[in-house]
Design a protein. Sequence first.
Lengths: 116, 118
Amino acid sequence: AQKVTQAQTEISVVEKEDVTLDCVYETRDTTYYLFWYKQPPSGELVFLIRRNSFDEQNEISGRYSWNFQKSTSSFNFTITASQVVDSAVYFCALSEARTGANNLFFGTGTRLTVIP
Amino acid sequence: ETGVTQTPRHLVMGMTNKKSLKCEQHLGHNAMYWYKQSAKKPLELMFVYNFKEQTENNSVPSRFSPECPNSSHLFLHLHTLQPEDSALYLCASGVGTGGSPTGANVLTFGAGSRLTVL
């Protein structure tokens, strides 16, 4: 079975603070893909990043960074110097190459509120 | 504009009504998806179409009926819905393959159709 857990339901931070959104996943497949999507108030999910299971290198993109650790089955997302525009619901998701060709398993999301 | 357009954005219907949700993409994608987003639940995959063929039906009740006339358009026909079907219905598209879409598929989502069933 596949499962994605985002234990933090809601987080509030003050602007310019750093914030880390946690994601823990479960899979039996050796080849899988992890994603983060952002859902702003407008509703559409916006793709942020995809990593495959063979690439554990951390990634930084501007104020965003991702920490992928297979040993703990985690794929955490950090926003540095948060801004009000970062306020959104963030989803972590998993798909498997073996069975997940058509299926992206999402976590329940973390609602981030950045207070000015 | 995300590239995936959903209409209507909001829909209120009674349990005996028949209505349809529409999704359109002009990204050249060949895979299209319907997801259901309910409060405090993970997004649930409902249907997948790859090159107009349905490749996934995730045990969705028959009161939801998808239609994919071509790779750019996807519909969700609604009939005799229940109040618990009230949710945000999200359409997405992705690059299809000759077989099934791969697990690496990055999806582009629409803004959703907010459905309320009275």
